[in-house]
Design a protein around this ligand. Sequence first.
Ligand code: NOJ
Length: 601
Amino acid sequence: MPQAVSPTASEQPWWRSAVVYQIYPRSFADSNGDGIGDLPGVLAHLDHIARLGVDVVWLSPVYCSPQDDNGYDISDYQDVDPVFGTLDDLDVLIRAVHERGMRLIMDLVVNHTSDEHPWFVESRRGRDTPKADWYFWRDARPGTVPGEPGSEPNNWGAVFSGSAWRWSPERGQFYLHLFSVKQPDLNWDNPQVREAVFAMMGWWLDRGIDGFRMDVINFISKDPALPDGSMTQSGYGDGMPYFAYGPQIHAYLAEMRKRVFEPRPGSYLTVGEMPGVTPQQAREFTSSDRGQLAMVFQFEHVMLDQDGDKWTRRRVRAGDLRDTLARWQDALADDGWNSLYWNNHDQPRVVSRYGNDTTYWRESATALAAVLHLQRGTPYVYQGEELGMTNLPFDDIDNFRDVESLNHYAEMVGRRGADPDAVLQTLRHKSRDNARTPMQWSAEPGAGFTSGTPWIPVNPNHVWLNAAAEYDEPTSIYNFYRELIELRHADPVVVDGDFALLPAPDEVYAFRRTLGDRCIEVYANLTSTAAKLADDTAGPEGVILGNYPPETCQPGLLAPWEVRAYRLVSASASHSTGRPATGDGQRIRGGGGMISGPGER
Ligand code: NOJ
């Protein structure tokens, strides 16, 4: 096996020091008053993103789509859906992003297409068409009435409720759809499918984009036997062991790398969304010499508040969060690379979920931001997170739009007779629509997102929680994110420093980052009550970033959701490990102010 060689800082790929900002175009900014965000809307607000200091924009799907899953069901990979604009608008946007010194990556959704994609339309036509084998088609279970419930080829449940199989009378067979019935799974074992996907990816790279976020990419290789899974509380079998991380996953991603990325001169950001990925697998996918991707999105820290399935709530302790985050830091410490995220278009808002969106709204949003951004890895900011946007107090099923949420409600209330209020309560906490309410630009009606009727309700708190209110407020969440991003860009210890967990009470996440003789320490109270630290641990001296006024900062005590980052100088830092021995670090006198500049760098 070849020896892994760690590149020096100057040889590091560019995305290691980058911060990514995700745009969900439907909810970002509407330029034409139809209530749906669009590409000209994104263009008009690009400076909001550039001012944050981020390096990369990740654009969620804008391809042609029937919008069953808001664009994650694609019917034409090489055109823009009219609801978002035109291909010309996208070219203009790519140029505008590059002119501002940023890069742009697109979503790659190739585990499945829309059922309206011409590939599927042809495949469904019959067993003799050239694309007959481009999807997973199977006969009904022997001994059953084909097409009737119970005749499905296996017992897998779909991620969006119900069976993962849909009967096609036209073809007289079932097709597999791991997500909605309108998202049939592509058969990657067919080389023609891989060829078509790779050609399409190359077309986009040649158009000027800088990489891809790859939707559920660990699902593209499945166990060809498609065996029954063990039964779950949903009443269906769990197919995950068979459809995730299948036997060809590394081979297909290696082929993609060889065919799509290696022949091109650029250096691209590739991030694979991988539900269920383990730290060991993540290391293999992202190893600097043998890996196929720059980084992956893992899910452990966003599954801590669920028990079994997504809809069953579990209480999360600060210590659980800390242990999970630290475990991933350790697992990818000497090879591979982490992505760091709290939010995206599938997750409820972090300040409502793991923070405190009432009494300690600003404090918890900033503490969570700081611990995420000061870890090792590439941080992702999801639109509105930089403002501290919260979940919506949904009180009626009619206000939801998400196919997953609506299917869940129909399954539970319609088919299983569950109490509608109880189901609504779980949706209020976990629905993806919490992330999809319109971006809050201003206090105006429509939150400055649209002059028309928004496609999904605007959060009523936009009257005080909005971008316009935060730009000039020095202690705002937006400005705290700017400071964090600036610190990462200015100080290599944030990008490349080793990570070590520091001893602290359960409610505190404390860690040290070390690079040669550079060192920072971070102490964050992840609860709404004050937390005691060891008496000699931390006072106001040397704080380079914090979320409370310096005059309130007490040695040995962290206020609710208080975070402090210190810079240490260590004369005795060991050059062999790059890590000072515990206790050798000396805090230096820095700005000491709340959200102070990154100090002496
Ligand atoms: C993961 C995406 O993030 C989600 O929004 C989508 O619904 C599914 N994959 C299916 O594409």
